[in-house]
Design a protein around this ligand. Structure first.
Ligand SMILES: CC(C)(COP(=O)(O)OP(=O)(O)OC[C@H]1O[C@@H](n2cnc3c(N)ncnc32)[C@H](O)[C@@H]1OP(=O)(O)O)[C@@H](O)C(=O)NCCC(=O)NCCS
Length: 187
């Protein structure tokens, strides 16, 4: 079976309807997973797109965040997921959060989209200077574990997660052979 092609790119103003739909779908999940940061019903979408772009350039980065680039996975013109690349690691990210976070909307899962997003994100990580990306997942998150391992994740070990009182699996993925220049990121 051939999958519809997934495109990974930054958010655009024209994505508003499908992005809001994705946010709403995630909000209905239990427990909810944070698909969009600092986003609500009343957010002016064009401002949000600009805010994400500024954040990816290290401008007006919220407290406790690091510069990061937020990509959406697009299939047939609609947002199916997102993947965030953190350009550097603070204490929390170095232990628990890692360089990369991703999610696929519930109605679009188990079609290979998370694996596609992560695979496509690796050259972008290399372009940001991240030659070895730390990726973590909850101990019992089989889907995420499979995604990381399918993309070459090398298991390092477990760590306690003080936020969830659970444990995380820590993986490293070599990105360097997949280099893409930073200019190509924003075309
Ligand atoms: C984890 C998540 C990203 C997986 O997305 P997805 O698009 O369904 O993943 P894929 O389709 O690429 O699946 C990859 C593999 O995992 C398997 N898989 C996916 N979800 C699974 C689940 N809930 N249980 C068991 N296996 C699962 C798929 O069958 C596939 O296996 P295969 O390679 O043997 O065929 C998605 O469930 C999600 O967004 N969860 C909430 C957010 C989250 O947990 N993010 C990860 C933490 S950073």
């Amino acid at each position: 079976m051939s999958l519809p092609r997934l495109q990974l790119r930054t958010l655009r103003v024209g994505d508003e309807a499908s992005f809001r739909k994705a946010v709403a779908e995630f909000a209905r999940e239990t427990p909810p997973w944070q698909f969009a940061f600092d986003f609500s019903h009343s957010t002016v979408f064009a401002n949000y797109v600009r805010q994400l772009e500024r954040c990816s350039h290290g401008i007006d980065v919220p407290a406790h965040f690091v510069p990061n680039t937020y990509f959406v996975g697009i299939v047939d013109g609609a947002v199916v997921g997102r993947i965030s690349l953190r350009h550097l690691l603070n204490d929390f990210l170095a232990k628990v959060g890692g360089h990369i976070g991703y999610g696929v909307i519930p109605s679009q899962r188990r079609q290979g989209y998370a694996t596609d997003m992560l695979r496509n994100a690796l050259p972008l990580c290399a372009g940001l200077g991240i030659r070895r990306a730390l990726i973590t997942c909850d101990e019992h998150n089989i889907g995420s574990r499979k995604v990381i391992e399918a993309c070459g994740g090398i298991f390092e070990g477990m760590i306690d997660d003080p936020e969830s009182n659970g444990r995380k699996r820590r993986y490293w993925v070599v990105t360097a052979e997949n280099y893409v220049s930073p200019q190509d990121l924003f075309q």
